[in-house]
Design a protein around this ligand. Structure first.
Ligand SMILES: [Zn+2]
Length: 420
């Protein structure tokens, strides 16, 4: 199968180009990058803007330059590599991040960046020039280790604010202090913009769940990044002596809250979303006093606003039925992927004989910031046992290679789309 070309130029044959893809080099790159900031027994410690993170970024920059890309680091620390296109078109952008959580694994983010390098390596080795310029980006500080995460991609699209930077970072100081200590110019980060117009963004990332691995499907096509809604629920009972108060006369706030917690689980499961009570505060939280007051936080996540609205209504009714009150808190809208880009990824995978599965992303990614300036789509690679943000995070070597080949096929398909 060939990607169609708009102007009668010879189409690039997806299968034959991808056949020259060097999988062994990709695995060697994963090992080399994975060694930077790896602490035996403690996993990957490449915290945003820390020494290991900056070393990893310089390593990525060197790799881009070695492949003949024009490459630079922007004011937010994003490493950007550029390949010129053959036509005066906006760029196709690919990439992910290389920072980690404390005690992370070597695939989260890194696979997307290194797969991008592998795509560029293949294009260069076969002397193939895309119609669009190609930007490969290693976004800085994607993980929630600063107050403005994902910081690099937010700055890249012009969305970073001083207020967001004033909050705390992983090293205990403000994000501003962490950045200025490492030589970053805050005003330049806020004024940062994309270096050129961008037509589309494709991000390859590990799934961080076990749906692909348990279904035996090598590629996930992300339909969107889920919306998040949080609520505070307040149950007011009556604190009293735990030894002398008759069971029938008690107004135990924790007993009031218990059926509500189960109702959250039930509502989420019957609506195909996820729902969690992740924090609970019991007053006075003492063994010999009946709980007088309970505050808990509920979070629901899903792709469809209408479904989230329905679950929200159910939770309000359930809270009232249990004698509590539900108050809305933090809310983040779902960010849907572009249907035409999703189809382009599917065409690319079909050409390579790789099965795909559509799925939501329950975690945030750089792509959700890029969505502010261009359409986006994401590919997921399987995570063994669904483990991530942990040292034993693992994606099988053949899955890494297949996912990177799928990314290359998707780039070729999108490059050939006449309206991109
Ligand atoms: Zn990530």
């Amino acid at each position: 199968m060939s990607a169609q070309c708009s102007e009668g130029l010879p189409a690039i044959d997806v299968r034959s180009l991808v056949a020259s893809f060097d999988g062994e080099q990709l695995l060697a790159d994963l090992d080399a990058l994975g060694a930077i900031g790896w602490k035996p027994g403690a996993g990957l410690q490449r915290l945003a803007y820390g020494d290991a993170d900056l070393e990893a970024r310089r390593w990525v920059l060197t790799q881009m330059q070695a492949l003949g890309m024009q490459a630079w680091i922007d004011p937010a620390g994003n490493v950007i590599g550029h390949l010129p296109g053959s036509e005066p078109l906006p760029a196709l952008a690919i990439g992910s991040h290389t920072d980690s959580v404390p005690g992370g694994g070597k695939f989260d983010g890194a696979l997307g960046v290194l797969a991008g390098l592998a795509c560029v390596r293949t294009l260069r080795s076969q002397d193939v020039q895309l119609r669009h310029p190609l930007l490969l980006i290693d976004f800085a500080a994607e993980e929630a280790t600063t107050s403005a995460s994902p910081t690099g991609s937010l700055s890249f699209v012009g969305g970073l604010t001083q207020t967001a930077l004033d909050g705390p970072s992983w090293d205990g100081r403000s994000t501003v202090a962490l950045l200025t200590d490492h030589g970053f110019n805050i005003a330049a980060m806020i004024a940062n913009r994309p270096p050129m117009p961008i037509a589309a963004f494709l991000e390859l990332h590990i799934e961080q769940g076990d749906r692909l691995a348990s279904a035996g499907v090598p590629i996930g096509i992300v339909e969107g990044i889920v919306g998040i809604r949080r609520y505070y629920v307040h149950f007011q009972g009556q604190a009293n002596h735990a030894g002398t108060t008759d069971m029938k006369r008690r107004r135990d706030a924790l007993v009031m809250a218990a059926p509500f917690i189960l109702a959250v689980r039930e509502a989420a499961m019957t609506h195909g979303i996820v729902g969690t009570v992740g924090r609970i505060e019991v007053h006075p939280n003492t063994p010999n006093v009946i709980p007088g007051r309970v505050m808990l936080d509920v979070e629901i996540r899903g792709l469809d606003d209408a479904v989230l609205d329905r679950v929200e209504a159910i939770l309000a009714v359930e809270a009232a039925r249990c004698g509590g009150t539900l108050h809305p808190g933090h809310r983040k809208e779902p960010v849907l992927a572009d249907p035409k880009l999703m189809e382009a990824i599917e065409r690319g995978c079909e050409a390579l004989g790789l099965r795909t599965m559509r799925m939501p992303s329950g975690a945030g990614h750089d792509a959700m910031n890029l969505a502010a300036i261009c359409p986006y789509a994401m590919l997921f690679a399987p995570s063994e046992q669904g483990v991530s943000h942990a040292p034993d995070e693992w994606t099988q070597p053949h899955d890494c290679i297949n996912a990177a080949r799928a990314l290359l096929a998707a780039v070729l398909e999108v490059d050939a789309m006449p309206d991109v």
